[in-house]
Design a protein around this ligand. Structure first.
Ligand code: E4P
Length: 218
């Protein structure tokens, strides 16, 4: 399973990339706005830190402008994945960019049928938003289960299921259990994945006992 970081904060990306556990990055217009930075600058910087796919989202909603934006974004660095919304214009853009050899991440996916269309359009990734479905009382993880099951029926579908809108470590556990290819999450969730009170307690006890031995390994 691959882990992407869902942020446009370069400092967070640098810190997490140093762990060697970050396979890619996802951004979106809201995250770029939050960073207060120019999208082209920030995407280049992120791409130079993380060699894996870095999703950069188009801002337009019509096919022609989305295509032009997508071509500009992909020219920034070889590891840019162009992110387009799951609309008819977005799917059309996906198909053209994918046929040109560009990795496309089709985002804002909220149904299995939308995910089927993304795969048909040649998307490298489809991003179902589990947290936003949970927020409106629907079962986000059931959608992941449905998409994984459907994609498994069609070996010619090469689209990876990128679990997005992840809000907690439990989302990651559930996504992994279902065999999703990727989970993208805020750096805080990745950090939480390593945390356990019994780990902290156990380590404190080991350190205290070790100090009593007066030994040194080095
Ligand atoms: C994914 O690519 C999106 O940027 C992201 O996961 C959205 O998450 P949110 O619902 O927490 O905004």
């Amino acid at each position: 399973m691959k882990f992407f970081i869902d942020t446009a904060e370069v400092a967070d990306i640098k810190a997490m990339a140093e762990t060697g556990l970050v396979d890619g990055v996802t951004t979106n217009p809201s995250l770029i706005a939050k960073s207060g930075r120019n999208i082209l600058d920030v995407i280049c910087e992120i791409c130079d830190i993380v060699p894996g796919p870095v999703s950069a989202e188009v801002a337009a909603t019509d096919f022609e402008t989305m295509l032009a934006e997508g071509r500009k974004l992909r020219a920034l660095r070889p590891n840019v994945a162009v992110k387009v919304p799951l609309t008819w214009d977005g799917l059309k853009t996906c198909k053209v960019l994918a046929d040109e050899g560009t990795k496309v991440n089709v985002t804002l996916c909220f149904s299995a049928n939308q995910a089927i269309l993304a795969a048909k359009a040649g998307a490298a990734f489809v991003s179902p938003f589990v947290g936003r479905l949970d927020d409106i009382g629907q079962d986000g993880m059931q959608l992941i289960s449905d998409i994984v099951e459907i994609y498994q029926q069609y070996p010619d579908f090469t689209t990876e299921v990128l679990v997005a809108s992840v809000r907690s470590p439990m989302h990651v556990t559930d996504a992994a259990r279902l065999g999703a290819h990727v989970a993208t999450m805020p750096a805080s969730v990745l950090r939480q994945m390593a945390a356990h009170p019994l780990t902290d307690k156990g380590l404190a006890a080991f350190c205290a006992d070790w100090a009593k031995t007066g030994q040194s390994i080095l």
